[in-house]
Design a protein around this ligand. Sequence first.
Ligand code: F6P
Length: 341
Amino acid sequence: MRIGVLTAGGDCPGLNAVIRSVVHRAVTGHGDEVIGFEDGFKGLLDGHYRPLDLDSVSGILARGGTILGSARLERGRLREAAESADELGRKYGIDALIPIGGEGTLTAARMLSDAGMPVVGVPKTIDNDISSTDRTFGFDTAVMVATEAIDRLKTTAESHQRVMVVEVMGRHAGWIALESGMAGGAHGICLPERPFEVDSIVKMVEERFARGKKFAVICVAEGAHPAEGSMHYVRGEIDQFGHERFEGIGNHLAGELERRLGKEARPVILGHVQRGGTPTAYDRVLATRFGWHAVEAVHNGDFGKMTSLNGTSVSMVPLAEAVTRLKTVPENRMFEAESVF
Ligand code: F6P
């Protein structure tokens, strides 16, 4: 068989581990040929690809980013790809395509699959917000990076008796904020799923200071926003790729807390540092398992599906199921964390 693989959307730690695993399983396990399209669906449409053999994936397991490059593609070009799905398959002589990506990529994968291309998706995102899978690789690494940041911020906050507001990624789902906030023992956590009351955060910080604790760390997801009338905040605009560009809730909240508390507050925006660098052992293992199962799905003719983690097992779920809604943080997880505002 000849299998095409590509990585699309925002990158995340573990993409190279999937590519390596696909090549290893396909070449060694089945005697297949693998080609890698460059820069996501752009490579598929524009004919930019290269053969991937065992040598070309040697040494990439622990490397962040993606050796194939990644890009977000406008909807119009995706439709173009779907309309010529048959032709594209013939052009490259591929028997199957394995796109690795987040919600947008999996939606595109579904479009191609509906148009007749044999597709097996692999979900990825540091945000962990893809439904139909318990986890996505990249998330564990992002949580580790954010947790380390909270640990570090606590010591400097304490030295200066400051409030630190650390903003982590997560536009629509607050998984990174929830888990890094819990792991780092943040005193406040703000999620996109629940508008927060600034008054409650002010009260919590005042009570801490009254108890002799002279600092506080608030972990806020980039998509979190204040409850109506709780603080002036304008949501961001939608960019040309359909993403909301936030004004920076971390900066706003730190400024507001400083004004209301009369104590120094500092914002720390972690940004893309959460997406860069080497994946954790957990993410390497999950990515490797997903790659292995994707190739097996190709050989079983299990198309129009994506790999999924269910408890501890990897199974295949229909792409149609996975891309209908985002997996957001449920109420019961917020209760367990205790410090969600
Ligand atoms: O979806 C992953 C993600 O890291 C989001 O958490 C974040 O809002 C977004 O990507 C940033 O994307 P970009 O690479 O376009 O800045």
